[in-house]
Structures are given as C-alpha cells and as structure tokens.
Design a protein around this ligand. Structure first.
Ligand code: C2E
Ligand code: MG
Ligand code: MG
Length: 461
C-alpha cells in the first residue's frame, strides 16, 4: 500500500471544501501516518493524494467506505472498543489492497480508498465487493468477536469532469444513495445528477407546501380481528404538487429530515390528525389514531413529551386515543433519552407502536428493552402467504413471541381474502391493508365507516 505523498511547495493542509488544483511538481516523501487511531493517513493526507492522482491523469476509482451503525458500538460499548473496531477494520481493508492502492481514514467511521487502474464500472464493483468481503468474518477484539457491516460509495475518475472535489462529491452522493436504499455498494452514475436536483427541488417546494398548508392526510382503517370492526386509523401524509403530481411520503419524509423540516411536518400531521379525530368522534366513531413520527423528531422532543401531549390535549382528546408509530431505527440509536420520552408518552396514556417490524436489525432485542404496545409487522412477511412454508414458519414464530410478550400485533399490507383467512387462525390482533381499504381522505372515510358492515372473521378450527 502506498503512503501519502505531499508536495513541498503547496500547503500540506487543505480543507475538505477547498478547490483542488495541481500542485507544483511534487517531491514525494513518506510522512508519518496522521490518524492516531488507525495509523492511516487522515483527511488531509487523502486530499493531497487525491490531488496527485488527478494530476497524473491516469484512470482510478475513489471509494468511500462507511461503517453501518458505528455510533451504536460507540454508545453501547464505549469509545475504546470503538477505536479497536476502527483499527481492526483498517487492518482488514489494508489486507485487501495492492501496493499501489491508497487508504485513509477521513471521518469518524469513514475510510477513503484510491484504486488506480479502474476503468470500468464492472471492475469497480468487483473491487468494492472484494473490500466488503474483508469485513464478512467477525472482528476479533481481545475476548470479543464483533460483526460490522459497511456501505461503499464509489466514483470513477474517467466519468468525472476532472477535479478532485467533483470526484469526492460524486463518491459521497453514491454513498448517500447506497445508504438510503440500504444497498451495500453503489457507484456514481450520471442519472444521480437528476436525482440530486429533484431532491433539492423537493426541499424547496416542501418548505412552501408546509407553509401554505398544501399537504393533506389520508386515513387507513385498521380492523380488530376478534370483533371484525374498525377500531383504529393510521394517518398517512399526502402531497399532490401542482406540477410534479403525487409525491410519495416515502420520498418526501426523508427530504424533510434532510432539510430540517421534519419537526414542522410531524407537528402539522399530529395537529391535523387530532382535529379530524375530534370530528370523527362527534360523528359517532370513537376510534384510535396512529400517527407516524420519524426517529429524528424524537430527538427534538422534550423528555416529558409535553410538545406532543399538549397538541392532543388542546383538541380536547384523551391521549389514550393516540398511538405513536416509530421505527426500529430509533431503538438502534441506543439512546437512553428515547426510553424516557417513550415512558413519558405512555404514562400520559398514549400507546407506542413499532412500525415495519422485521425490516431493521436484531429486532427481537428491542421488544425486550423497550415498552411497546403494538407491533406492526411489515407487509413483506405476508406477501407470499398462504402457500410458502418457510415464510409461514417465520411469521407464526414472530406472532407467537410478540403475543407471549403481551403486545398486540397489527399485520400490515393484507391484500387478499386468503391472507385474512390464514391470519384468522393465527394470534394476530389487527389487520391493515388494501383488503379492508386503501388510505382515504376524510370526506371518503366518513361514508366508508357508515357503510362498513364489519370484516367477516372466518370461524377458527
Ligand atoms: P407505513 O407507516 O408503514 O405506512 C403503510 C404504508 O403501506 C402506506 O404507504 C400505505 O398506503 C401502504 N399500504 C397499506 N396497505 C397496503 C397494502 O395492502 N398493500 C400495499 N402495497 N401497500 C399498503 P404510504 O402512505 O405511501 O406511506 C409510506 C411510508 O411513509 C409510511 O409507511 C411511513 O413510514 C411514511 N409516512 C407516511 N405518512 C407519514 C407521516 O405523517 N409522518 C412520517 N414521519 N412518516 C410518514
Ligand atoms: Mg406507519
Ligand atoms: Mg408500516
């Protein structure tokens, strides 16, 4: 592996955002590694080396490797263990590199690699996979064995416009894309420009939409499997843009998180959902309302949950009517304060649901550690049922464990009568899905509730 080379003419320290230009002819010399934890060159060393590679004009790839959930290791096991993990990862990666390759640690859990000779995307994908494979076996840290996972974003010099800044930005965009889509490895591609532009446009338009009250809510009914009646609704936010058309919350909620608007969005949703729940109560439907709140919103909430509770109480509603849906990612942060917030909301009477259960990591552990009332099992667990033996075993196991722990189960994404029939013979408390109804605007919901005759529950064997 090559060490960083520095020009004696130019300043050895360049900030990450600083434009990169070709230095005076470099007199290369070895510099002591600068990152004290791993012994690798640090961000400055990386920038110098990237600059030299660009000036050489020969093809190479830049890859940025980011460890997944490293903060969880740091929080749960302490920084000493975190440092050991970083050292072990650095060693593993170095073991996969050739003499001419370069590696640096450029952020707390980010490594940058410069790989000469890569001309095609296929080569880069193979090399990237080769790097990820290095982390497949557990790390041995004195007495502990630890598994780590990483995400890679890459960009090829031959695709780039020629300067190191752009190449670095492209690799960061690819990494961001990989993280968003939960893919292990993504290479920068021209079409990302379009996607990035859309994201920026959405950020701008979303601020306006929230300000101008241009969002709306739809409500999806949830049926109690014992009574066959609709007892709950889930509030789902909708955005119909005048020129871009319908934009899915799966696309714009992350955008709201990125641009710091998610709190405003969540507050608007909670307020609107509470107001509509009041109208439903007045119309003779005493239902519960489930509201999605993203993990980021929890961070802004006071430890006694007052901001949310006061919205509910201002509408004259009992907190017992409100369910907050949160995802596993919240629990993965290993933050003690989240537990306090959850307890405060529950003490006030609200219930907590864990959403899309089973799509995150080591999910069962969270059931043990956190006080949860409802578990919403992700649609993917029912997609191939009935009829798939393995999927059946898995779902039935989850239903049994959740039920035995005293929590209620909502099965999401129930689309067919055959699925409902199958679930009728399982310990599943609630059904939600297109079979019952799609999410409906309030004006559609009221007649729907009026005419709903109840979900017929097949008799148990
Ligand atoms: P989610 O909370 O898991 O909501 C369920 C999603 O599954 C909804 O998609 C719903 O329309 C869809 N769905 C329900 N039944 C079926 C079915 O039978 N088949 C299929 N194929 N899909 C079904 P939607 O409304 O597009 O929302 C996507 C995600 O966006 C939600 O997933 C939630 O994570 C997020 N989201 C929606 N509204 C809000 C909100 O107000 N705040 C936050 N933070 N996130 C929201
Ligand atoms: Mg939900
Ligand atoms: Mg869900």
């Amino acid at each position: 592996m090559a060490a960083a080379t520095f020009s004696t003419g130019a300043s050895p320290v360049l900030s990450a955002g600083e434009a990169l230009s070709c230095p005076e002819p470099a007199i290369p010399f070895r510099l002591d590694p600068v990152d004290v934890v791993t012994g690798l060159p640090d961000r400055h060393g990386f920038i110098e080396h990237l600059l030299n590679c660009c000036c050489r004009g020969e093809p190479f790839a830049l890859m940025i490797l980011d460890l997944n959930h490293f903060h969880v290791i740091n929080n749960a096991m302490g920084h000493r263990v975190g440092d050991r993990v970083l050292r072990a990862v650095a060693e593993r990666l170095q073991g996969r590199l050739r003499e001419q390759d370069f590696i640096a640690r450029i952020g707390s859990d980010e490594f940058a690699l410069l790989i000469p000779g890569i001309v095609q995307h296929r080569q880069a994908l193979i090399f990237g996979q080769h790097l990820l494979d290095a982390l497949r076996r557990p790390l041995q840290l004195s007495e502990q064995r630890l598994y780590v996972e990483a995400t890679l974003g890459g960009a090829l010099w031959k695709d780039s416009t020629g300067d190191g800044d752009t190449l670095q930005q492209q690799a960061e965009i690819a990494l961001f894309e990989a993280k968003q889509n939960k893919q292990p490895l993504v290479l920068y591609h021209d079409r990302f420009n379009g996607q990035q532009n859309r994201r920026l446009l959405l950020q701008h338009e979303l601020v306006e939409a929230i300000r101008n009250n241009a969002l709306s809510l739809h409500y999806q009914p949830i049926v109690d499997t014992v009574s066959g009646r609709i007892t709950k609704l889930e509030a789902l936010v909708r955005w119909r843009h005048p020129s871009l058309g319908y934009i899915s919350p799966a696309e714009f909620v992350p955008v709201a998180e990125e641009c710091g608007m998610v709190q405003a969005l969540g507050d608007w949703v909670l307020q609107r959902a509470c107001a509509d729940l009041c109208r439903l109560q007045q119309a003779g439907y005493p239902l519960d309302m489930a509201v999605n709140r993203s993990s980021l919103e929890f961070q802004g909430l006071g430890l006694n949950g007052d901001e949310w509770l006061s919205v509910i109480e201002r509408q004259g509603l009992s907190p017992r009517r409100i369910i907050f849906e949160i995802t596993e990612s919240l629990f993965m942060q290993g933050n003690e304060q989240h537990l306090e917030r959850i307890q405060a909301l529950r003490e006030a009477g609200c219930r907590i649901a864990i959403d899309d259960f089973g799509t995150g990591y080591s999910a069962l552990n969270y059931l043990r550690a956190f006080p949860i009332d409802l578990v919403k099992i992700d649609k993917s667990f029912i997609d191939h049922l009935p009829g798939n033996h393995r999927d059946g075993l898995l779902l039935e196991g989850i239903l049994r464990i959740v039920g035995d722990l005293g929590m209620s189960v909502v099965m999401e994404g129930v689309e067919s009568a055959a699925q409902a029939e199958y679930l009728a013979h399982q310990p599943c408390h609630y059904l939600q899905g297109y079979l019952i109804a799609r999410p409906l605007a309030l004006r559609e919901l009221l007649p729907f509730l009026g005419s709903y005759a109840g979900h017929s529950v097949p008799a148990a064997d």
